[in-house]
Design a binder for this molecule. Structure first.
Ligand code: AMP
Ligand code: MN
Ligand code: MN
Ligand code: MN
Length: 291
Protein backbone atom coordinates (compact mmCIF):
# COMPACT_ATOMS: atom_id res chain seq x y z
CA UNK A 1 0.00 0.00 0.00
CA UNK A 2 1.15 3.53 -0.70
CA UNK A 3 1.46 5.67 2.44
CA UNK A 4 -0.43 8.75 1.12
CA UNK A 5 -2.18 7.58 -2.06
CA UNK A 6 -3.92 10.87 -2.87
CA UNK A 7 -0.53 12.64 -3.02
CA UNK A 8 1.22 9.93 -5.04
CA UNK A 9 2.30 11.21 -8.45
CA UNK A 10 0.40 8.62 -10.48
CA UNK A 11 0.04 9.17 -14.23
CA UNK A 12 -2.14 6.39 -15.60
CA UNK A 13 -2.91 7.54 -19.14
CA UNK A 14 -0.56 8.31 -22.04
CA UNK A 15 0.29 7.25 -25.58
CA UNK A 16 3.44 6.00 -27.28
CA UNK A 17 4.39 5.77 -30.95
CA UNK A 18 2.77 2.31 -30.95
CA UNK A 19 -0.51 4.29 -31.18
CA UNK A 20 -0.72 8.05 -31.75
CA UNK A 21 1.88 9.37 -29.30
CA UNK A 22 5.15 10.96 -30.47
CA UNK A 23 7.54 9.11 -28.17
CA UNK A 24 8.60 5.48 -27.85
CA UNK A 25 7.70 3.53 -24.68
CA UNK A 26 11.33 3.89 -23.52
CA UNK A 27 11.30 7.68 -24.03
CA UNK A 28 8.03 7.97 -22.12
CA UNK A 29 9.31 5.86 -19.24
CA UNK A 30 12.44 8.02 -18.99
CA UNK A 31 10.34 11.22 -19.04
CA UNK A 32 7.97 9.83 -16.40
CA UNK A 33 10.93 9.03 -14.13
CA UNK A 34 12.55 12.43 -14.78
CA UNK A 35 9.26 14.20 -13.97
CA UNK A 36 8.87 12.44 -10.63
CA UNK A 37 6.08 10.04 -11.60
CA UNK A 38 6.02 7.14 -9.10
CA UNK A 39 3.27 5.03 -10.67
CA UNK A 40 3.02 5.08 -14.44
CA UNK A 41 0.83 3.37 -17.05
CA UNK A 42 1.16 3.19 -20.82
CA UNK A 43 -2.36 3.18 -22.35
CA UNK A 44 -2.08 3.07 -26.13
CA UNK A 45 -5.29 3.14 -28.18
CA UNK A 46 -6.50 -0.44 -28.83
CA UNK A 47 -2.92 -1.76 -28.65
CA UNK A 48 -0.70 -3.44 -26.05
CA UNK A 49 2.44 -4.02 -28.15
CA UNK A 50 4.36 -1.33 -26.24
CA UNK A 51 3.71 -2.84 -22.80
CA UNK A 52 6.69 -5.25 -22.54
CA UNK A 53 9.06 -2.44 -23.64
CA UNK A 54 7.58 0.03 -21.15
CA UNK A 55 7.69 -2.51 -18.33
CA UNK A 56 11.32 -3.34 -19.07
CA UNK A 57 12.29 0.35 -19.14
CA UNK A 58 10.56 0.95 -15.80
CA UNK A 59 12.34 -1.93 -14.16
CA UNK A 60 15.70 -0.29 -14.95
CA UNK A 61 14.43 3.15 -13.90
CA UNK A 62 12.88 1.96 -10.64
CA UNK A 63 9.36 3.34 -11.14
CA UNK A 64 6.20 1.29 -10.64
CA UNK A 65 4.65 0.25 -13.94
CA UNK A 66 0.99 -0.53 -14.64
CA UNK A 67 0.09 -2.23 -17.93
CA UNK A 68 -2.74 -0.40 -19.66
CA UNK A 69 -4.77 0.14 -22.80
CA UNK A 70 -7.36 2.69 -23.95
CA UNK A 71 -10.23 0.91 -25.72
CA UNK A 72 -12.43 2.68 -28.28
CA UNK A 73 -16.14 2.10 -27.61
CA UNK A 74 -19.41 3.15 -29.21
CA UNK A 75 -22.16 3.76 -26.67
CA UNK A 76 -25.45 5.52 -27.47
CA UNK A 77 -23.95 6.72 -30.77
CA UNK A 78 -21.08 8.44 -28.95
CA UNK A 79 -17.43 7.36 -29.00
CA UNK A 80 -16.21 6.68 -25.47
CA UNK A 81 -12.77 5.64 -24.30
CA UNK A 82 -12.41 2.99 -21.61
CA UNK A 83 -8.99 2.64 -20.06
CA UNK A 84 -8.02 -0.81 -18.78
CA UNK A 85 -5.36 -0.81 -16.06
CA UNK A 86 -3.27 -3.60 -14.58
CA UNK A 87 -4.34 -5.95 -17.36
CA UNK A 88 -2.59 -9.15 -18.38
CA UNK A 89 -1.77 -7.94 -21.87
CA UNK A 90 -1.40 -11.51 -23.13
CA UNK A 91 -4.94 -12.59 -22.17
CA UNK A 92 -6.55 -14.12 -25.29
CA UNK A 93 -9.91 -12.32 -24.90
CA UNK A 94 -8.20 -8.94 -24.68
CA UNK A 95 -5.72 -9.74 -27.46
CA UNK A 96 -8.50 -10.90 -29.84
CA UNK A 97 -10.80 -7.99 -28.97
CA UNK A 98 -8.09 -5.40 -29.62
CA UNK A 99 -7.12 -7.09 -32.89
CA UNK A 100 -10.70 -6.79 -34.10
CA UNK A 101 -10.79 -3.07 -33.25
CA UNK A 102 -7.51 -2.47 -35.08
CA UNK A 103 -8.88 -4.22 -38.18
CA UNK A 104 -11.86 -1.84 -38.04
CA UNK A 105 -9.45 1.11 -37.73
CA UNK A 106 -7.66 0.08 -40.91
CA UNK A 107 -10.92 -0.09 -42.86
CA UNK A 108 -11.99 3.28 -41.45
CA UNK A 109 -8.64 4.76 -42.52
CA UNK A 110 -9.16 3.55 -46.09
CA UNK A 111 -12.65 5.09 -46.08
CA UNK A 112 -11.31 8.37 -44.63
CA UNK A 113 -8.70 8.46 -47.39
CA UNK A 114 -11.33 7.96 -50.09
CA UNK A 115 -13.38 10.73 -48.57
CA UNK A 116 -10.41 13.14 -48.37
CA UNK A 117 -9.45 12.29 -51.94
CA UNK A 118 -12.90 13.52 -53.00
CA UNK A 119 -11.81 16.86 -51.47
CA UNK A 120 -8.74 17.09 -53.66
CA UNK A 121 -5.99 15.27 -51.78
CA UNK A 122 -4.25 12.30 -53.36
CA UNK A 123 -2.66 9.05 -52.21
CA UNK A 124 -3.93 9.72 -48.70
CA UNK A 125 -4.06 6.21 -47.17
CA UNK A 126 -0.46 5.33 -48.11
CA UNK A 127 0.76 8.76 -47.00
CA UNK A 128 -1.00 8.72 -43.62
CA UNK A 129 0.18 5.16 -43.02
CA UNK A 130 3.78 6.39 -43.30
CA UNK A 131 3.06 8.52 -40.22
CA UNK A 132 2.04 5.49 -38.19
CA UNK A 133 5.18 3.98 -36.61
CA UNK A 134 3.02 0.92 -35.95
CA UNK A 135 1.29 0.11 -39.24
CA UNK A 136 -1.23 -2.02 -37.33
CA UNK A 137 -2.62 1.03 -35.56
CA UNK A 138 -3.69 3.93 -37.69
CA UNK A 139 -5.78 6.78 -36.32
CA UNK A 140 -6.99 10.25 -37.12
CA UNK A 141 -3.87 11.82 -35.56
CA UNK A 142 -1.67 10.23 -38.24
CA UNK A 143 -3.87 11.79 -40.93
CA UNK A 144 -3.71 15.12 -39.09
CA UNK A 145 0.10 15.11 -38.91
CA UNK A 146 0.33 14.26 -42.61
CA UNK A 147 -2.10 17.03 -43.55
CA UNK A 148 -0.10 19.56 -41.51
CA UNK A 149 3.08 18.52 -43.32
CA UNK A 150 1.49 19.00 -46.76
CA UNK A 151 0.37 22.47 -45.70
CA UNK A 152 -3.38 21.84 -45.46
CA UNK A 153 -3.44 23.44 -41.98
CA UNK A 154 -0.98 24.86 -39.48
CA UNK A 155 -1.67 22.59 -36.53
CA UNK A 156 -2.99 19.13 -35.80
CA UNK A 157 -5.87 20.75 -33.90
CA UNK A 158 -6.77 22.82 -36.96
CA UNK A 159 -6.85 19.69 -39.15
CA UNK A 160 -9.28 18.04 -36.74
CA UNK A 161 -11.58 21.08 -36.84
CA UNK A 162 -11.46 21.43 -40.61
CA UNK A 163 -11.35 17.81 -41.78
CA UNK A 164 -11.65 15.11 -39.15
CA UNK A 165 -14.66 15.77 -36.94
CA UNK A 166 -18.29 14.91 -37.60
CA UNK A 167 -19.66 16.76 -40.64
CA UNK A 168 -16.22 17.41 -42.17
CA UNK A 169 -14.86 15.78 -45.36
CA UNK A 170 -12.47 13.30 -43.76
CA UNK A 171 -14.86 12.12 -41.07
CA UNK A 172 -16.20 8.59 -41.37
CA UNK A 173 -18.68 7.34 -38.77
CA UNK A 174 -17.44 4.14 -37.18
CA UNK A 175 -18.73 1.49 -34.78
CA UNK A 176 -16.14 0.55 -32.19
CA UNK A 177 -16.46 -2.15 -29.50
CA UNK A 178 -19.48 -2.16 -27.20
CA UNK A 179 -19.12 -1.03 -23.60
CA UNK A 180 -19.98 -4.57 -22.50
CA UNK A 181 -17.17 -6.02 -24.63
CA UNK A 182 -14.55 -3.51 -23.49
CA UNK A 183 -15.28 -3.96 -19.78
CA UNK A 184 -15.48 -7.74 -20.12
CA UNK A 185 -12.13 -8.01 -21.98
CA UNK A 186 -10.47 -5.83 -19.31
CA UNK A 187 -11.96 -7.88 -16.48
CA UNK A 188 -11.10 -11.17 -18.16
CA UNK A 189 -7.52 -9.90 -18.32
CA UNK A 190 -7.60 -9.25 -14.56
CA UNK A 191 -7.68 -5.45 -14.91
CA UNK A 192 -9.71 -2.47 -13.76
CA UNK A 193 -11.97 -0.58 -16.20
CA UNK A 194 -11.86 3.21 -16.03
CA UNK A 195 -13.99 5.73 -17.95
CA UNK A 196 -11.46 8.05 -19.60
CA UNK A 197 -11.96 11.84 -19.63
CA UNK A 198 -15.76 11.78 -19.00
CA UNK A 199 -15.96 15.55 -19.42
CA UNK A 200 -15.27 15.22 -23.15
CA UNK A 201 -18.41 13.31 -24.05
CA UNK A 202 -21.54 14.93 -25.43
CA UNK A 203 -23.85 13.38 -22.86
CA UNK A 204 -26.55 15.21 -20.93
CA UNK A 205 -27.04 14.52 -17.20
CA UNK A 206 -29.55 11.77 -17.85
CA UNK A 207 -27.27 9.96 -20.31
CA UNK A 208 -24.27 10.36 -18.04
CA UNK A 209 -26.31 8.81 -15.25
CA UNK A 210 -27.27 5.92 -17.54
CA UNK A 211 -23.62 5.43 -18.51
CA UNK A 212 -22.37 5.39 -14.91
CA UNK A 213 -25.12 2.98 -13.85
CA UNK A 214 -24.42 0.61 -16.72
CA UNK A 215 -20.65 0.84 -16.22
CA UNK A 216 -21.05 -0.02 -12.51
CA UNK A 217 -23.31 -2.95 -13.33
CA UNK A 218 -20.79 -4.30 -15.83
CA UNK A 219 -18.10 -4.26 -13.14
CA UNK A 220 -16.33 -0.98 -14.01
CA UNK A 221 -14.08 0.36 -11.25
CA UNK A 222 -13.24 4.03 -11.69
CA UNK A 223 -13.51 7.25 -13.64
CA UNK A 224 -10.76 9.65 -14.59
CA UNK A 225 -11.28 12.67 -12.38
CA UNK A 226 -8.04 14.53 -12.99
CA UNK A 227 -7.04 14.38 -16.66
CA UNK A 228 -5.44 16.76 -19.13
CA UNK A 229 -8.91 17.08 -20.72
CA UNK A 230 -10.68 18.48 -17.64
CA UNK A 231 -10.96 21.96 -16.17
CA UNK A 232 -10.67 22.61 -12.44
CA UNK A 233 -14.47 22.73 -12.21
CA UNK A 234 -14.65 19.33 -13.87
CA UNK A 235 -12.24 17.85 -11.30
CA UNK A 236 -14.76 18.81 -8.63
CA UNK A 237 -17.77 17.65 -10.64
CA UNK A 238 -16.37 14.24 -11.49
CA UNK A 239 -14.91 13.71 -8.01
CA UNK A 240 -18.43 14.16 -6.67
CA UNK A 241 -19.95 11.86 -9.30
CA UNK A 242 -17.36 9.17 -8.54
CA UNK A 243 -18.28 9.31 -4.86
CA UNK A 244 -22.01 9.28 -5.58
CA UNK A 245 -21.74 6.21 -7.79
CA UNK A 246 -19.27 4.35 -5.58
CA UNK A 247 -16.52 4.54 -8.19
CA UNK A 248 -12.83 5.10 -7.55
CA UNK A 249 -10.88 7.96 -9.11
CA UNK A 250 -8.00 7.87 -11.57
CA UNK A 251 -5.52 10.46 -12.77
CA UNK A 252 -3.73 10.68 -16.11
CA UNK A 253 -2.24 13.33 -18.36
CA UNK A 254 -3.25 11.70 -21.69
CA UNK A 255 0.18 12.83 -22.86
CA UNK A 256 0.78 12.37 -26.62
CA UNK A 257 3.92 14.48 -27.08
CA UNK A 258 5.34 17.84 -26.09
CA UNK A 259 3.51 19.85 -28.77
CA UNK A 260 0.23 17.96 -28.65
CA UNK A 261 -0.62 17.85 -24.95
CA UNK A 262 -1.83 20.35 -22.40
CA UNK A 263 0.26 18.94 -19.57
CA UNK A 264 3.55 17.05 -19.36
CA UNK A 265 3.71 13.53 -17.93
CA UNK A 266 3.08 13.73 -14.18
CA UNK A 267 2.19 17.41 -14.48
CA UNK A 268 -1.40 17.34 -13.19
CA UNK A 269 -2.66 18.48 -9.78
CA UNK A 270 -3.42 15.73 -7.24
CA UNK A 271 -6.84 14.10 -6.96
CA UNK A 272 -9.31 16.02 -4.76
CA UNK A 273 -9.01 14.83 -1.13
CA UNK A 274 -12.45 13.22 -1.04
CA UNK A 275 -11.62 10.78 -3.88
CA UNK A 276 -10.73 7.15 -3.38
CA UNK A 277 -7.66 6.72 -5.61
CA UNK A 278 -7.84 3.64 -7.83
CA UNK A 279 -4.41 2.60 -6.54
CA UNK A 280 -5.12 3.20 -2.80
CA UNK A 281 -5.06 -0.51 -1.92
CA UNK A 282 -2.54 -1.65 -4.53
CA UNK A 283 0.68 -3.20 -3.24
CA UNK A 284 3.84 -1.23 -3.93
CA UNK A 285 5.36 -3.14 -6.84
CA UNK A 286 7.39 -6.27 -6.50
CA UNK A 287 10.11 -4.51 -8.50
CA UNK A 288 10.52 -1.91 -5.80
CA UNK A 289 10.12 -4.18 -2.82
CA UNK A 290 12.75 -6.54 -4.25
CA UNK A 291 15.24 -3.73 -4.96
P1 AMP B 1 -9.14 8.06 -33.36
O1 AMP B 1 -9.19 7.11 -32.18
O2 AMP B 1 -8.29 7.55 -34.47
O3 AMP B 1 -10.52 8.48 -33.81
O4 AMP B 1 -8.41 9.36 -32.86
C1 AMP B 1 -8.68 9.90 -31.60
C2 AMP B 1 -7.47 10.69 -31.17
O5 AMP B 1 -7.39 11.88 -31.92
C3 AMP B 1 -7.53 11.15 -29.73
O6 AMP B 1 -7.02 10.17 -28.86
C4 AMP B 1 -6.62 12.35 -29.76
O7 AMP B 1 -5.28 11.91 -29.70
C5 AMP B 1 -6.85 12.92 -31.15
N1 AMP B 1 -7.84 14.03 -31.18
C6 AMP B 1 -9.18 13.92 -31.11
N2 AMP B 1 -9.76 15.14 -31.22
C7 AMP B 1 -8.74 16.02 -31.37
C8 AMP B 1 -8.66 17.45 -31.55
N3 AMP B 1 -9.77 18.19 -31.61
N4 AMP B 1 -7.44 18.00 -31.69
C9 AMP B 1 -6.32 17.25 -31.66
N5 AMP B 1 -6.33 15.91 -31.49
C10 AMP B 1 -7.51 15.31 -31.35
MN1 MN C 1 -4.88 9.78 -29.03
MN1 MN D 1 -9.13 9.24 -25.15
MN1 MN E 1 -5.81 8.85 -24.49
Amino acid sequence: MYPDPTRLNADLHCHSSLSDGRWTPEELAAAAAANGVSLWALTDHDEVAGIPRAREACSSLGIDFVSGVEISVTWANETLHIVGLDVDETHPDLVAGLASIRAGRDQRARDMATSLEASGFSNVYESALRYAANPGLIGRTHFARYLVDVGACETVGDVFQKYLVSGKPGYVPHRWATLTQAVSWIRAAGGHAVIAHPGRYRLNDLMLHALLEEFKQLGGTAIEVVTGSHTGDQYVRFARLALNYGLKASRGSDFHGPDESRVPLGGLPPLPDACVPLWADWPVSRLRSCA
